[in-house]
Write a protein that binds this ligand. Sequence first.
Ligand code: FPP
Ligand code: MG
Length: 304
Amino acid sequence: MSWVSDYQYTCLQKIAFHALQLSGLIPHHIAFVMDGNRRFARSKHIDKIEGHSRGFSKLADVLRWCLDMGIREVTTFAFSIENFKRSNEEVEGLFNLAREKFSKLLEESNRLDEHGIRIRVIGNIELLPADLQRLIATAMLRTERNDKLFLNVAFAYTSRDEITQALESVLKDHNDDDDDALQPTDINERLLEACLYTRHSPPPDLVFRTSGETRLSDFMMWQIKSSVLYFTNVLWPQITIWNFMAGIVAYQRDRCRIEDYKREERLHSAQLAKSSDFYSLRVQKFLHKMDANRRKLLIALASN
Ligand code: FPP
Ligand code: MG
């Protein structure tokens, strides 16, 4: 199964799809919490790993719909750090699925180039087995020149860990004796935000969670303060294009209500930018160095 499916639309689906594109704003960035794979597996009397595998096939459909809808960024929660607490059998099964899918991605990378898809794995990938780290790093480097659709796969991810890692990046750089190093006055919300894994992404406009759970499960907690949240009872492997479109309609409806709030937020960010040292040369140098170090780490992992 490829990362982008060859989904065949029915006539009615095509009409509804275009009507939605014409009727209102399409979210720039959608984040998916793909929940309910094991309940799906139980209901079909299949193994839970087969449930996760069907979940991946659904992700390939969803990516096709997002590409065709004109969505530019997709983030998907594939493996939480909390999932390490599941049985060894399930964790290993999920890693094997990821090994299979990232290997497939490298085989069909030309197809991703055609669609202009860039893969970024967000998470603490050093917690993963070395061979999986290598595959992930290779996939990220292989697609780094693509810029039509950004696919962020959250793997070994929680928000708390992401924020902790961001803080660590800042503290590692702090050195009283070095004028080029970050100073306490440089530390503000925007600096921490710039150190998150999602440093190069706008916040999600819409968070879409399946399976009837209305928790956020430590997913993008920093980034989603003004995102529209959409919850559906359908289990992830069973979502249809109609469920997907219902999420877009909910976004188009709720977005008008949060527009005032967003305007205030933009004003607040502008004030923060003025009052802080965020754009100082020192901070810019630090961010540049951090990006270079993150890329160096990927190159090292890919060649391990
Ligand atoms: C949540 O359902 C789903 C997961 C923990 C795994 C999701 C992973 C995939 C769909 C495969 C993605 C793989 C790649 C390489 C992107 P659950 O297990 O919590 O099910 P439940 O809520 O019914 O118990
Ligand atoms: Mg679950």
